[in-house]
Design a binder for this molecule. Sequence first.
Ligand SMILES: Cc1cc2nc3c(=O)[nH]c(=O)nc-3n(C[C@H](O)[C@H](O)[C@H](O)COP(=O)(O)O)c2cc1C
Length: 306
Amino acid sequence: MSDLKLTMGNIEFDNPIWVASGTFGYGTEAPELVDVNRLGAIVTKSITRQPREGNPPPRIVETPSGMINSIGLANIGVERYIKEMLPIYESLTTKIIMNIAGTDIQEYIEILEMVESVSSVIAGYEINISCPNVKKGGMEFGVDCDMTAKLTDALRSRTDRLIIMKLSPNVSDIVSIGQASQDAGADAVSAINTVVGMSISAKTGTSDIYTTYGGLSGPAIKPVGLAAVHKLYQKLNIPIIGIGGIVNGQDVAEYMLAGAQAVQVGTANFRNPGISEDILSQLETFISESKWPSANDMVGQVKTHS
Ligand SMILES: Cc1cc2nc3c(=O)[nH]c(=O)nc-3n(C[C@H](O)[C@H](O)[C@H](O)COP(=O)(O)O)c2cc1C
C-alpha cells in the first residue's frame, strides 16, 4: 500500500482525501454510513457567530450539468458548535478542520477567538471567503486582495493552528487572491468553492432557486477546479487543496497532477456518504499501478504542451 501521508503546517494528515464543507454536516451525523477515521480530514460546514436558518426554499436544484445550491450558511452558530460538536471530536482520530464564515473581519475574529479559548482537537480553520449564496459577507473578502490579506493577517496573529483560505472561482484573478492569502500568512489555500449559476424552468418561466442565483457543484465544475489549482500551483509555494467535482480516485490523481497536495470531496457525498472511503481505495490502486512512488510525487507533475 502506498504512503499517502502528508504534512501541512505543523499537522500530519494520514491521507489526502478530505470531505468538503457543507456536504458532510458537522462530521458527526453518519457514523454508521462511513468510517470517518479513514478520512484524511473532515471540513465542517461553515460556522457563523449566530445560528442561521439559511435561505428559504427552494435552495437546491439538480440540473443536467450539476447541482445548484443556495443553502445560505444554515448552521447552529459557534456557541452551540463549541458546546455540542467539539466534545464529539475528542473521540475521533481523523483531523477536524472547522470552516468559518462571517460578514465582517470582526465576526471571523470573534468566532476564531471563541474556539481558541477552549481546549479542543481542532487541527485548523478553513476560512470561507467565497460563499456566493449570502447577501452580505464571504464573497466581499474573496474578490478583494486587500480584504483577503487583512482578514488572513488578523486570523494568523490569533492562532497557531492551520489557516486555510478557501478561494472562489467567481473572480477575475484567483491567483492574486491566493497570493494575498499566502503573503499574509495562510498555511494553505483550498480551491474551489461553487461556481455561480442559475436554473430556469422554461415551461413555468420561473427561476428554480429562491435567491435566483446559486452555486453550481459536482463533475461539471471539475475542469474549473483543475485550472484554478494549476494556476495557483504555478505561483504559490504553500500547499493547495483541490476541490470541485471529485467522484473517484482518478479525479484525485488529476487534481494532484495539477498541483493539489490534498483534495476535498463535496457533492458526491450526497449520493453516497461513504464515497470518500471508496475514493481512497481507488487512489491507492491508481498509484500502485502508476509510475509514481507516492501521492506526493505526483503533485504538480502534469505535462503541458507549452
Ligand atoms: C449543499 C452544499 C453546501 C455547501 N456549503 C458550504 C459551506 O457551508 N461552506 C463552504 O465553504 N463551502 C460550502 N459548499 C461548497 C463545497 O464545500 C465545495 O467547495 C463545492 O461544492 C465544490 O465541490 P464539489 O463539486 O465536490 O461539490 C457547499 C456545497 C454544497 C453542494
